[in-house]
Design a protein around this ligand. Structure first.
Ligand code: ZN
Ligand code: ZN
Length: 204
């Protein structure tokens, strides 16, 4: 009798397990974060990369927190679902996500924040690597639309609540990169971290 009920249980589990193989055995995220993870998964597939379950877990943790997450904080949260996760597990996942531009590193805080902008950007002069069209344009145009222009990020960091907001202002980016190239400097990455008090904290 016990055998029979176990089989029934298996059959019941099959549809959901088959539907979302990547989401198995992981931490539960909000519907909003799951939707963002799904977008990131497709974004990776379009670039011949794979958002493995571990990479998705790390990205999900970063997406779930409005404050930037440190590597060790991520490791201890990851251990809730992967008890044997070691620092290299997290560092490899972070390296992958950084390489694809899905997250940024906030130098001042030694912490990581998600980049949602890159998933939605179709402006090839802003994110040349962000879209198929953008990549073609940057390859064709050579130095006019540099590929490395996407490796830049500008942040507003609230020193009271710790929340970080990314600026998606392409104008700021163009101005800085034009100024640099006017001096004969070939910029490869740019991070601007503006510290202050956010609107919410200022209103308290
Ligand atoms: Zn970004
Ligand atoms: Zn604040």
């Amino acid at each position: 009798m016990q055998e029979g009920s176990q089989k029934d249980q298996c059959r019941k589990d099959q549809p959901s397990a088959g539907h979302r193989p990547e989401a198995q055995q992981g931490l539960a995220f909000s519907a909003e974060v799951e939707a963002q993870l799904e977008a990131a998964r497709q974004w990776c597939v379009a670039r011949g990369e794979r958002l493995t379950p571990t990479r998705a877990q790390v990205l999900g943790l970063i997406l779930s927190d409005p404050r930037p997450s440190g590597a060790y904080e991520l490791l201890s949260r990851l251990r809730e679902s992967h008890p044997r996760a070691a620092p290299p597990t997290v560092y490899r996942a972070l390296e992958f996500l950084l390489g694809l531009g899905l997250i940024h590193r906030i130098e001042r805080l030694s912490a990581f924040t998600a980049c949602l902008h890159v998933l939605e950007c179709h402006d090839s002069s802003c994110c040349p690597a962000g879209s198929e069209a953008g990549r073609a344009v940057s390859e064709e145009a050579g130095t006019t639309v540099p590929k490395w222009a996407c490796h830049r990020a500008y942040f507003l960091i609230c020193r009271l609540c710790g929340h970080v907001r990314e600026l998606e202002e392409a104008l700021v980016s163009r101005l800085l990169l034009q100024t640099a190239s006017g001096l004969g400097f070939r910029a490869e990455s740019a991070t601007v971290e503006i510290v202050g008090v956010c609107a919410e904290c200022a209103g308290k």
